[in-house]
Every structure is written in C-alpha cells, then in structure tokens.
Design a protein around this ligand. Structure first.
Ligand code: NAI
Ligand code: MG
Length: 365
C-alpha cells in the first residue's frame, strides 16, 4: 500500500466568526482524510493569534510568528479584527504580515453563483455566471509606504502620506498569472482593471505591462476597464467577465461586490498563493470577522469550506477539492441555506449537510 501523505497545516482561527467557520472547514477536511483509505492525513497546529492575543500580549502574533509558520504545507486562516483593537493594527499585525512576509503575491478569488441561492442580480444567464478575480497581493495600495507627521503644527493640521507601490516585476508576475489562468478556462479572456486616467504613474505602468504581456498570449482575449466603470460592468455585463486582474485595493473592493452579487459575502473563498512554492500559501474566506454576528453560530461557513477546497487543490488533492465544491453546490441546491442567503440553517447544520452530500456527489462522480 502507498504511504500515507501527511500535510502539516497551520490553523489561525483569528477573531469573531473566523474561528466558527474555520472549525467547519476542518471538519470537512477531517472527514475527507478519514474516507481516503490512508491516502492522506492532516496534522493541524493551532495558533491563538488575533485581537484577544493582542489585548493580552500587545502583539497580534509572536515576533517569530512568520518564521514559525514557514515549515507548514499550508496556512488555514479565519479572519482578523475586532472592536477594541484598531483595524489597521489587527490587519497589518497578522494577515498582511503573513501575506507580505511570505510573498503570497497572487490572491485568487472565484465568484460562484451557486444553485438555490437567491439571486441579487437580475441577469438572463445568472446561473451560468462564473468569474475569478486575481488580486495583486504584495504591493499596490497596500504596500504600507507613507507616514504621519507635523502633528506639532497643532490640531487640524496633521499631514498623512499613503503611497501606492507599483513595480514592473510585481505587475508582470500577476498579469502573467492571470493570462496563464485564462488558458485553463473555456473562454480565454483577461480583463484588466486600473484607474490609469487619475493614477498616472503606477497604473499607467500596469497598463503598459499588460499590453506587453498580452502579446505573449495571442490566444487570450483582453479587455480593460477603469475601476469605476468596472464596478458597473460587474452588475450590468458580468457575462463579459472571465479572469479579472486588478491591484490590491481594487480587487479587494470588487471581490466583496462580486460575492454580494452572487448572494453573500459569506460564500466567497480565497487563496493567497506564493506560486513559486518557496513559502506556505494561505487559504481564507474573503469576509472579515463579522463582529455583528459573532458567537451566534449563524455565520455562513461556505467561504471557509470553499477556501479549504482551494487548499486541497494546492496540496495536489484535486479530486477531493472538486468533491467539496460539488457538495457545496448540492447542499445549496437542496435549499439548505444559512440566514445570510435566506435560509434558517446554522453554521454547524449546513456543514453537516455538506459532509453528508460528499458521499452523494462521490457516488455520482
Ligand atoms: P465583514 O466581512 O466582517 O462583514 C461585513 C458584513 O457581512 C457583516 O454584516 C457580516 O455579518 C456579513 N458577513 C460576513 N461574513 C459572513 C458570513 N460568513 N456569514 C454571514 N454573514 C457574513 O466586514 P467588516 O464588518 O467590514 O469588518 C469586520 C472586521 O473584519 C474588521 O475588523 C475588519 O478589519 C476585519 N476584516 C478582516 C478581513 C480578513 O481577516 N481577511 C477581511 C475584511 C475585514
Ligand atoms: Mg476585503
């Protein structure tokens, strides 16, 4: 018999509903491992980092946190942020510290229109819609360059500078990534989104790199939008979207728009990849810690479970990843829905159904 593959996963539940949804994703992974006839197991180590940890220790994660994560096969992340700790402290202290510390430069965010989920979008082909956002995840508006000063000038006169960093290398690698992904899809098309009329340096550089790289992919259609018009395009002509590549900030905003159009923020999965595989990649739902519903057991775990599927794919377990995605679609198709998408199932109950449906979709594969 083949040797059992062991995957070492660093689990960071984080704050609010982060822990609630990650727990459900882990149940799905555990179930798959049990059913794998010894093909693979997960060895999970939990890290208690987040806002509570900050309030106790003054740190969002330990000083050697990134180093301690380095040896893992993947990181499974909940969400970070809670009232009582400023959001910029929690985000920079944990999530961005990991993404940037490991150069997880490609953030993949699929937008899926699942069966049975009430549509927010009035579109004739709504059931066929499906696109993927590729978010530049290492620089752009989130490069953290800037500062605040001149507070000595007195109240009302402080100055803040926040710069966006665009490098040719950074633009080229994410744009190439998008073109490579487009080649794996039925319709080969990349839409690039900038605001290069107003952002005349960094985003003009992005546009020039896009034009240059596109010449290497003559088989891939291209399209370009300014971000304001692109927001409208998401609503009015989403059938035109296949692979969408955008800067750190723009893709962050557009992914919430996309997932809301598909039904709820709670549905959206994401992967923060280091495509060179020199460092661990991190898998997390798109949503935040949702303090407004935390602790009630009603959060939608589909984004987190879908992120676990992206992790399976990254670990080379493609069939299992596909099973999870099919089980999710089967479950919503049966009308088993959480409150955010119009149902009354809770976090655990919908996961129970997804796990039960794994066997069903497996029999059908
Ligand atoms: P959020 O995504 O946490 O919540 C926005 C709205 O969507 C809320 O009404 C929430 O109840 C709902 N929602 C989100 N996920 C849901 C789910 N799984 N099921 C059902 N409903 C869901 O964004 P918000 O409120 O702007 O931020 C809350 C905190 O999360 C802040 O501290 C923010 O900094 C942090 N945040 C962290 C992120 C991360 O860790 N990757 C990403 C976005 C925000
Ligand atoms: Mg976001």
């Amino acid at each position: 018999m083949e040797e059992t593959k062991k995957f070492r996963i660093a689990v960071i539940p984080g704050d609010g509903i982060g822990g609630e949804v990650v727990e459900q994703g882990l149940r799905v992974l555990e179930h798959l491992s049990k059913e794998s006839n010894g093909k693979f197991v997960f060895e999970n180590d939990f890290f208690p980092w987040g806002c509570e940890y900050y309030l106790k220790t003054g740190k969002m994660m330990d000083d050697d946190g990134v180093e301690r994560l380095r040896g893992y096969d993947a990181i499974y992340f909940g969400a970070v942020g809670f009232p009582g700790v400023p959001d910029h402290v929690s985000l920079w202290g944990l999530r961005l510290a990991i993404c940037q510390g490991f150069d997880q430069w490609a953030n993949i965010r699929p937008i899926e229109f699942l069966p049975g989920v009430p549509r927010r979008l009035n579109h004739p082909d709504v059931d066929k819609l499906n696109w993927v956002l590729i978010r530049e995840n290492s620089e752009g508006e989130y490069s953290g360059i800037g500062g605040r000063n001149f507070s000595g000038r007195g109240p009302g006169k402080e100055v803040a500078v926040q710069s966006a960093l665009f490098t040719e290398h950074g633009c080229e690698r994410i744009i190439r990534f998008a073109f490579d992904m487009a080649r794996t899809r039925k319709r080969k098309k990349v839409t690039s989104i900038t605001k290069s009329n107003a952002q005349q340096y960094g985003m003009v550089l992005w546009d020039e790199v896009f034009a240059r790289v596109s010449k290497d992919y003559p088989d891939v259609e291209t399209d370009q939008w300014l971000v304001d018009a692109a927001a409208a395009q998401f609503v009015l002509h989403p059938e035109e979207l296949e692979v969408v590549v955008a800067s750190n900030l723009f893709a962050d905003i557009l992914s919430d728009l996309g997932s809301a159009l598909a039904g709820s923020l709670g549905l959206a999965a994401s992967a923060n990849l280091n495509p060179e595989r020199k460092t661990p990649s991190m898998f997390e739902s798109v949503h935040g810690s949702a303090p407004d519903i935390a602790g009630q057991g009603i959060a939608n775990p589909i984004g987190a479970i879908g992120s676990a599927a992206l992790m399976l794919e990254h670990l080379g377990l493609k069939e299992e990843a596909e099973l999870v995605n099919k089980a999710i679609a089967e479950t919503t198709g049966q009308g088993i829905l959480t409150r955010d998408i119009g149902g009354n199932y809770d976090t655990v109950a919908i996961t129970d159904a997804i796990i039960a449906n794994l066997a069903k979709v497996k029999a059908g594969v």
